[in-house]
Write a new protein. Sequence first.
Length: 201
Amino acid sequence: MFHQLRQEPSTYTEPSFDTKRDIPYDEIPNEEIGAALKQVVHEAGPIDKDTAFRIVVSQWGISRIGKRINRSLASHAGALQRKGEIVRSGSFLWPPERDLEFSIRIHDGDTTRDIDAVPTEELAKAAMLVLAEGGRMTRKDLELEVSRLYGYQRRGKKIQAKFNAVIDLLSDIDAIEKKNDRLDIKRDGDVDQLILSTVYS
Protein backbone atom coordinates (compact mmCIF):
# COMPACT_ATOMS: atom_id res chain seq x y z
CA MET A 1 0.00 0.00 0.00
CA PHE A 2 1.11 3.52 -0.65
CA HIS A 3 2.84 5.36 2.16
CA GLN A 4 1.55 8.68 3.53
CA LEU A 5 -2.03 8.12 2.40
CA ARG A 6 -3.44 8.24 5.91
CA GLN A 7 -2.62 11.90 6.35
CA GLU A 8 -5.68 13.81 7.46
CA PRO A 9 -6.71 16.62 5.10
CA SER A 10 -6.29 20.12 6.45
CA THR A 11 -8.64 23.07 5.96
CA TYR A 12 -7.65 25.61 3.34
CA THR A 13 -7.38 29.19 4.51
CA GLU A 14 -6.31 31.96 2.20
CA PRO A 15 -3.02 33.31 3.46
CA SER A 16 -2.99 36.83 4.81
CA PHE A 17 -0.03 39.02 5.66
CA ASP A 18 0.37 42.24 7.58
CA THR A 19 -0.38 45.35 5.58
CA LYS A 20 2.68 47.51 5.16
CA ARG A 21 2.03 51.01 3.86
CA ASP A 22 -0.19 52.21 1.04
CA ILE A 23 2.11 53.36 -1.74
CA PRO A 24 2.10 53.10 -5.54
CA TYR A 25 3.63 49.95 -6.97
CA ASP A 26 6.43 51.84 -8.70
CA GLU A 27 7.62 53.15 -5.34
CA ILE A 28 7.99 49.73 -3.73
CA PRO A 29 11.66 48.64 -3.62
CA ASN A 30 12.30 45.64 -5.84
CA GLU A 31 13.92 43.68 -3.02
CA GLU A 32 10.76 44.07 -0.92
CA ILE A 33 8.54 42.80 -3.72
CA GLY A 34 10.79 39.78 -4.29
CA ALA A 35 10.96 39.04 -0.57
CA ALA A 36 7.16 39.29 -0.24
CA LEU A 37 6.56 36.95 -3.17
CA LYS A 38 9.04 34.43 -1.80
CA GLN A 39 7.33 34.55 1.60
CA VAL A 40 3.87 33.99 0.10
CA VAL A 41 5.04 30.99 -1.92
CA HIS A 42 6.98 29.45 0.97
CA GLU A 43 4.10 29.86 3.43
CA ALA A 44 1.14 29.17 1.13
CA GLY A 45 2.55 27.19 -1.78
CA PRO A 46 1.71 25.53 -3.96
CA ILE A 47 -0.35 28.53 -4.95
CA ASP A 48 -1.58 29.74 -8.31
CA LYS A 49 0.39 32.73 -9.49
CA ASP A 50 -2.60 35.07 -9.82
CA THR A 51 -3.54 34.53 -6.18
CA ALA A 52 0.08 34.90 -5.10
CA PHE A 53 0.45 38.16 -7.03
CA ARG A 54 -2.77 39.54 -5.58
CA ILE A 55 -1.69 38.73 -2.02
CA VAL A 56 1.72 40.30 -2.55
CA VAL A 57 0.48 43.69 -3.78
CA SER A 58 -2.36 43.78 -1.24
CA GLN A 59 0.28 44.27 1.43
CA TRP A 60 0.80 47.76 0.02
CA GLY A 61 -2.90 48.52 -0.36
CA ILE A 62 -3.02 47.69 -4.07
CA SER A 63 -6.19 45.88 -5.12
CA ARG A 64 -5.94 45.96 -8.89
CA ILE A 65 -3.27 44.30 -10.99
CA GLY A 66 -2.94 45.56 -14.53
CA LYS A 67 -0.77 44.17 -17.29
CA ARG A 68 2.26 46.22 -16.27
CA ILE A 69 2.21 45.10 -12.64
CA ASN A 70 1.53 41.53 -13.69
CA ARG A 71 4.57 41.56 -15.98
CA SER A 72 6.70 42.98 -13.18
CA LEU A 73 5.57 40.32 -10.71
CA ALA A 74 6.13 37.60 -13.30
CA SER A 75 9.66 38.94 -13.69
CA HIS A 76 10.20 38.73 -9.94
CA ALA A 77 8.89 35.15 -9.97
CA GLY A 78 11.31 34.30 -12.76
CA ALA A 79 14.22 35.75 -10.83
CA LEU A 80 13.30 33.71 -7.74
CA GLN A 81 12.98 30.60 -9.87
CA ARG A 82 16.40 31.10 -11.43
CA LYS A 83 17.90 31.38 -7.93
CA GLY A 84 16.18 28.16 -6.89
CA GLU A 85 14.07 29.91 -4.27
CA ILE A 86 10.74 28.93 -5.84
CA VAL A 87 9.63 26.45 -8.50
CA ARG A 88 7.07 27.13 -11.20
CA SER A 89 4.98 24.31 -12.62
CA GLY A 90 2.32 25.41 -15.05
CA SER A 91 0.42 28.28 -13.48
CA PHE A 92 1.44 27.34 -9.92
CA LEU A 93 4.30 28.51 -7.75
CA TRP A 94 5.86 26.00 -5.35
CA PRO A 95 8.46 26.35 -2.61
CA PRO A 96 11.61 24.24 -2.97
CA GLU A 97 10.85 20.60 -2.25
CA ARG A 98 12.83 20.67 0.99
CA ASP A 99 10.49 23.38 2.33
CA LEU A 100 7.22 21.92 1.05
CA GLU A 101 4.39 20.71 3.25
CA PHE A 102 2.38 18.74 0.68
CA SER A 103 -1.12 18.40 2.07
CA ILE A 104 -4.70 18.00 0.94
CA ARG A 105 -6.35 21.34 1.73
CA ILE A 106 -10.12 20.98 1.67
CA HIS A 107 -12.66 23.78 1.85
CA ASP A 108 -14.95 24.42 4.81
CA GLY A 109 -17.37 26.77 3.06
CA ASP A 110 -15.81 30.02 4.27
CA THR A 111 -13.00 30.04 1.73
CA THR A 112 -13.36 28.04 -1.46
CA ARG A 113 -10.81 28.10 -4.22
CA ASP A 114 -11.91 27.99 -7.82
CA ILE A 115 -11.05 24.55 -9.16
CA ASP A 116 -8.40 26.11 -11.41
CA ALA A 117 -6.68 27.46 -8.28
CA VAL A 118 -6.24 23.96 -6.81
CA PRO A 119 -3.06 22.22 -7.98
CA THR A 120 -3.65 19.10 -10.04
CA GLU A 121 -1.05 17.37 -7.86
CA GLU A 122 -3.04 18.11 -4.70
CA LEU A 123 -6.21 16.72 -6.26
CA ALA A 124 -4.27 13.66 -7.40
CA LYS A 125 -3.20 13.02 -3.82
CA ALA A 126 -6.81 13.44 -2.71
CA ALA A 127 -7.94 10.93 -5.35
CA MET A 128 -5.40 8.41 -4.08
CA LEU A 129 -6.65 8.93 -0.53
CA VAL A 130 -10.23 8.29 -1.66
CA LEU A 131 -9.18 5.09 -3.44
CA ALA A 132 -7.16 3.94 -0.42
CA GLU A 133 -10.13 4.41 1.89
CA GLY A 134 -12.99 3.45 -0.45
CA GLY A 135 -11.43 0.81 -2.66
CA ARG A 136 -12.02 0.39 -6.37
CA MET A 137 -14.59 2.67 -7.93
CA THR A 138 -15.68 4.04 -11.27
CA ARG A 139 -14.06 7.17 -12.64
CA LYS A 140 -17.37 9.01 -12.22
CA ASP A 141 -17.64 7.99 -8.57
CA LEU A 142 -14.03 8.97 -7.90
CA GLU A 143 -14.62 12.39 -9.43
CA LEU A 144 -17.76 12.75 -7.31
CA GLU A 145 -16.00 11.78 -4.07
CA VAL A 146 -13.06 14.11 -4.65
CA SER A 147 -15.45 16.94 -5.55
CA ARG A 148 -17.41 16.33 -2.35
CA LEU A 149 -14.22 16.27 -0.31
CA TYR A 150 -13.44 19.79 -1.55
CA GLY A 151 -17.01 21.02 -1.19
CA TYR A 152 -17.80 21.44 -4.88
CA GLN A 153 -21.53 20.92 -5.27
CA ARG A 154 -21.71 21.15 -9.03
CA ARG A 155 -19.44 19.32 -11.43
CA GLY A 156 -19.30 21.47 -14.52
CA LYS A 157 -16.93 21.42 -17.46
CA LYS A 158 -14.10 23.05 -15.50
CA ILE A 159 -14.15 20.37 -12.80
CA GLN A 160 -14.40 17.62 -15.40
CA ALA A 161 -11.43 19.05 -17.30
CA LYS A 162 -9.42 19.31 -14.09
CA PHE A 163 -10.27 15.75 -13.15
CA ASN A 164 -9.14 14.59 -16.60
CA ALA A 165 -5.76 16.15 -15.77
CA VAL A 166 -5.76 14.33 -12.40
CA ILE A 167 -6.38 10.95 -14.05
CA ASP A 168 -3.73 11.69 -16.69
CA LEU A 169 -1.18 12.51 -13.98
CA LEU A 170 -1.91 9.36 -11.97
CA SER A 171 -1.78 7.26 -15.12
CA ASP A 172 1.51 8.84 -16.20
CA ILE A 173 3.18 7.94 -12.89
CA ASP A 174 1.67 4.44 -13.07
CA ALA A 175 -0.18 4.90 -9.78
CA ILE A 176 -3.62 3.65 -10.85
CA GLU A 177 -5.06 0.99 -13.09
CA LYS A 178 -8.46 0.27 -14.59
CA LYS A 179 -10.16 -3.08 -14.08
CA ASN A 180 -13.68 -3.78 -15.26
CA ASP A 181 -14.43 -0.06 -15.62
CA ARG A 182 -13.18 0.64 -12.11
CA LEU A 183 -10.07 2.50 -11.00
CA ASP A 184 -7.78 1.15 -8.32
CA ILE A 185 -4.36 1.78 -6.80
CA LYS A 186 -1.85 -0.09 -8.91
CA ARG A 187 1.34 -0.54 -6.92
CA ASP A 188 3.22 0.15 -3.72
CA GLY A 189 5.21 3.32 -3.28
CA ASP A 190 5.41 6.74 -1.72
CA VAL A 191 2.49 8.65 -3.21
CA ASP A 192 3.97 12.04 -2.37
CA GLN A 193 7.27 11.20 -4.02
CA LEU A 194 5.58 9.89 -7.15
CA ILE A 195 3.26 12.84 -7.55
CA LEU A 196 5.88 15.44 -6.72
CA SER A 197 8.27 13.94 -9.26
CA THR A 198 6.09 15.67 -11.87
CA VAL A 199 6.94 19.04 -10.28
CA TYR A 200 10.50 18.60 -9.03
CA SER A 201 12.06 16.73 -11.93
